[in-house]
Design a binder for this molecule. Structure first.
Ligand code: ZN
Length: 541
């Protein structure tokens, strides 16, 4: 489950900093096994109306875009002190199918908000039905999610409370004519290229302001984009099509198409531009034509020399473009971690497998990959038990441990005091205590107990990260296994990815060898020991 954390600094007496709140929420997520996807915050805006808080607004947009599955906050008062605001926020989350959980109150339900009767009226028959919820959400907002779309103008309108409705649209009549024309010509079997050429010749402006191109019309089949596939032209808005998944190797977030059963469709008949029959005909044609295209690609063809030359030019262009896009790809184990020993600058990739210190005249210029990788492998091989021991044995680490141990003792005492004071009150009152003030007292205390517990667990984790690991043998054995893989194939992602995580810095030193009249280079590695311990933990559990 992906969590979106919300923190707000308020200036009142109980106010804790957003940093503290976020740390506690992170610890809470760790406890619950939630993955932290987004963090939103508002600083010192206690008086501000909820709608004027950039953090809350960003959170709502994130929620609409499906960036997380649950909202986590320290307590409900962080969201708002105003009951109506909180209720409104909660309603929006319910309609988007997002639970709200706070450290103090747990999972929020309508009782927390004092909304029981109102909520009953709003709960329609089947709230577990995602489509249903999506319909209600979109209709309630009175708008259409998503950005600018060809064929429509955004309208600035207000709802019955005088609040602006975002995403409200009307049909742009001139663009609607073009859309109908495109659908008709495509359905009549005209080639995409001809349709585009014709539009360009007539000087008709394209959706992105440049020239019309086949991709504008058909987009990508995989991502279901392109004008001819735009369901809003048929009076139906479809969203929830894509979600993002972390690439296992480079950690980038990649868009992935959801199964069609999870898409959410909301009928908005007043925005239809193309009639249903025509839309269906075009969808069938798209399917047929794209499979024809695929067939053509699979059928070998006899080509003239000129055709072959054209293709090779196009391929090399494409290749160059792809190269430009993927220069940042970190597939070298030392990528982004290499430094010049003389100037302290980062050594960067320059051209075809070459790397240079940016300082002119430096000895560490135009080093090639093969040269560097040998030095780097040697440097990474220096990690041994003694190195790990001396890191954790340092005075600085000792100090950190002492501090953390003190914090843990202090927090545990605090916890005891809190518990004792609660117990004292319970004993004094007996089982029948139910007044409002007493409820407030317990709520307040239980909140403090929660906070203290989370602080303790964070200190304990940090203490584990600063203590000498018990599994030195295992850490070194795993490291050597990864090194062996790297020696076989220096770009093996199975070795490169985990090794990159534990390397802090690689510094190249050059010394002049007078006898052989050449530069001798050596690489020194420093390691990220916290990452080393974390990786070991991940693998042993
Ligand atoms: Zn240099």
């Amino acid at each position: 489950m992906r969590a979106g954390i919300y923190a707000r600094h308020s200036t009142d007496k109980q106010g804790t900093s957003t940093e503290d709140q976020i740390r506690r929420c992170q610890e809470f997520c760790r406890f619950k096994g939630y993955e932290i996807a987004e963090i939103y915050r508002d600083e010192a805006l206690s008086g501000a109306h909820i709608e004027n808080r950039p953090g809350v607004n960003a959170l709502l947009i994130g929620a609409l875009n499906g960036r997380f599955d649950i909202v986590i906050s320290e307590d409900l008062s962080r969201i708002s002190r105003d009951q109506a605001d909180t209720a409104n926020f909660f309603k929006k989350m319910i309609f988007l199918g997002l639970p709200v959980e706070t450290i103090s109150e747990g999972l929020i339900n309508e009782l927390h908000i004092g909304l029981k009767s109102t909520m009953n009226a709003l709960y329609l028959k089947d709230l577990s039905d995602k489509t249903h919820r999506g319909v209600i959400a979109a209709v309630l907002r009175g708008g259409v999610p998503g950005g600018k779309l060809y064929g429509y103008d955004l309208v600035h309108a207000l709802d019955e409370f005088g609040e602006p409705i975002r995403g409200k649209r009307t049909i742009n009549p001139e663009q609607a004519i073009i859309i109908r024309e495109i659908f008709e010509t495509y359905a009549s079997g005209q080639k995409l290229k001809h349709i585009c050429d014709d539009l360009n010749r007539r000087g008709i402006e394209s959706p992105n302001g440049s020239k019309w191109a086949p991709t504008t019309l058909v987009g990508s089949f995989v991502r279901q984009t392109g004008m001819l596939r735009q369901t809003l032209y048929n009076g139906v808005i479809t969203f929830n099509k894509m979600h993002y998944r972390k690439h296992p190797e480079n950690g980038k977030r990649l868009p992935v198409l959801r199964p069609e059963s999870e898409w959410i469709s909301v009928p908005i008949p007043e925005l239809a531009i193309v009639d249903e029959g025509m839309f269906a005909r075009v969808q069938r044609a798209l399917d047929v034509r794209s499979s024809k295209h695929l067939q053509r690609k699979l059928t070998p063809k006899v080509m003239t020399d000129e055709e072959k030359r054209d293709i090779s030019i196009r391929r090399s262009k494409e290749w160059r473009r792809n190269q430009a896009i993927t220069t940042k790809r970190a597939n070298a184990v030392f990528g982004g971690k290499l430094y010049c020993g003389e100037h302290g600058h980062k050594i960067v990739a320059t051209y075809a497998r070459h790397y240079s210190c940016p300082t002119k005249g430096c000895h560490n210029r135009s080093l090639n990959y093969d040269q560097i990788i040998i030095l780097v492998i040697k440097a990474i091989s220096t990690l041994d038990q003694d190195m790990i021991l001396s890191h954790f044995d340092s005075a600085q680490m000792g100090k950190a441990r002492t501090r953390l141990e003190r914090e843990i003792d202090r927090s545990k005492q605090e916890l005891e005091t809190l518990r004792a004071s609660v117990n004292k009150v319970i004993e004094a009152l007996g089982p029948d205590a139910r007044s409002h003030e007493i409820r407030a007292f317990f709520d307040d205390k239980s909140e403090q107990i929660h906070r203290t517990k989370l602080d303790i667990s964070r200190y304990q984790r940090e203490l584990a990260e600063t203590s000498i690991p018990k599994s030195l043998d295992r850490i070194i054995a795993r490291h050597n296994k990864l090194l062996a893989k790297l020696r076989v194939w220096s770009r093996d992602p199975e070795a490169v990815t985990p090794l990159r995580q534990i390397i802090d810095k690689l510094t190249i030193h050059a010394t002049w060898d007078e006898a052989n009249r050449m530069w001798q280079r050596e690489c020194k590695a420093t390691f990220d020991f916290a990452a080393l311990i974390a990786a070991d933990k991940r693998h042993s559990s």
